[in-house]
Ligand binder design. Structure first.
Ligand code: PLP
Length: 403
């Protein structure tokens, strides 16, 4: 009998977490690494979040088991947040989850059987692939290169859907590219989904408050409300509100599926700690004006990263959301640096870390060969230092090819 479950042989750990760990270890060894690998927002939450946390500590609620679906205060706050954005859901149609990751896991567990396909555009957030496989599904990523601004077209989506397709997973704004779909683009994808009534839709909206340049957030449901009986909205406080450690997310969708999720929670981790839930309730329902300053700072840093990418000679579609830029470095593939080959994003990011002391994530982790991701959610001075190092590195790389 094997020592452990066969599933673990194909289990894919998060590559981003591993790179972050390496960068952290190098720092601990005294190396001055600029870590631009992980997507952790570096802004502080508003003061009402701290107040809610302190009040939760002072109350007795939470010292016993709690409801697996979420605390009523948070459920109401989540429902209110959805309503503000034009989505109306009953209590029976929502559930609080252990972050966005928890929402994905519960939903995939509830919907996927062996071999069911989940379709989504690449570049994609790397955990989708591992999580789908872990839950028995088949990830089907559709390549969307820099020439199409990393965005999925309606034609690609339509052609990819088969009778085996169980879920279409749509992430807007996107991690890792920061791309934001326009009104026409979302409308066109909604039209495609109307044609395929057997497919569930999971809309990963966890960066929806981080949109810049006057662009707006457009949702499939805005253009096709009839999709509501097979669409799930996924939310989280990790990115929009800079609170990833709370591990609070939420999901809204058809009652017949939503009622299954607390059952899985009840048989596994039981409930999410009350302190986290009360802080999350305060940010969902509290004043969102602090986000104006957050967004202004992100735009400034995005522009620093973009102009550096230009200096590096890299193609980099301009992102209007989230806090990532995603340069395409294919022009440098097949080259070498100090005798070391640069054949893919892994080679490149290893060199960037070892030679330039800048931690970034290889595009292959997101299904995009020869690209890499930079997270600019760090202090501006740190970002500038990292960008200066990248510019020097790529200048040297370019010159060494000519020589
Ligand atoms: N979806 C996307 C697109 C993400 O980028 C992430 C986290 O990086 C998640 C979901 C999961 O977020 P959470 O921290 O809420 O689990």
């Amino acid at each position: 009998m094997p020592e452990f479950a066969d599933l673990m042989n194909s289990f894919e750990p998060s590559g981003i977490v591993e790179i972050n760990n390496t960068a952290t270890a190098m720092k601990a060894d005294g190396i001055d690494v600029v870590n631009l690998s992980i997507g952790v927002p570096n802004f502080s939450p508003p003061s009402h979040a701290y107040d809610a946390g302190k009040a939760a500590i002072d109350s007795d609620i939470g010292l016993k088991y709690l409801n697996s679906k979420g605390q009523p205060t948070l459920l109401e706050a989540f429902r209110g947040r959805l309503k503000e954005d034009g989505f109306s859901y009953d209590m029976s149609e929502i559930c609080i989850t252990m972050g966005g990751k928890g929402a994905l896991y519960l939903l995939f567990r509830a919907l996927l059987d062996e071999g069911d396909e989940v379709v989504y555009g690449a570049p994609y957030w790397s955990s989708y692939r591992g999580m789908i496989k872990f839950c028995g599904g088949t990830p089907t990523a559709l390549t969307c290169g820099s020439e199409q601004h990393y965005k999925l077209t309606p034609e690609q989506l339509d052609a990819a859907i088969t009778e085996k397709t169980k879920i279409f997973l749509f992430n807007n704004p996107s991690n890792p590219t920061g791309m934001v779909y326009t009104e026409d683009q979302v409308k066109a994808l909604a039209e495609v989904m109307k044609k395929h009534p057997h497919v569930w839709i999971l809309s990963d909206d966890i960066y929806d408050k981080l949109i810049y340049d006057g662009e707006k957030f457009h949702h499939l449901l805005h253009f096709a409300p009839e999709l509501k009986n097979r669409l799930f909205i996924m939310q989280s406080v990790s990115k929009n509100y800079g609170l990833p450690g709370l591990r609070i997310g939420g999901i809204a969708g058809p009652e017949k599926v939503l009622k299954l999720l607390p059952k899985i929670v009840g048989q596994t981790y039981m409930n999410i700690p009350n302190i986290s839930q009360q802080i999350a309730a305060s940010v969902f329902s509290g004043d969102h004006s602090f986000l104006t300053e957050v967004k202004d700072n992100f735009v400034k840093r995005r522009d620093i990263a973009l102009s550096a990418m230009e200096e590096c000679g890299l193609t980099c579609p301009k992102p209007s959301g989230a806090f990532y830029v995603f340069p395409d470095a294919n022009v440098y593939m097949g080259t070498s640096y100090k005798g070391k080959p640069v054949n893919n994003g892994y080679d490149l990011c290893k060199l960037l870390l070892e030679e330039a002391h800048v931690a970034t994530v290889p595009g292959e982790e997101f299904g995009a060969d020869g690209c890499f991701r930079i997270s600019y959610a760090c202090p501006e001075a740190e970002l500038q230092k990292g960008m200066d190092r990248l510019v020097s590195f790529f200048k040297e790389l370019k010159q060494s090819q000519v020589a």
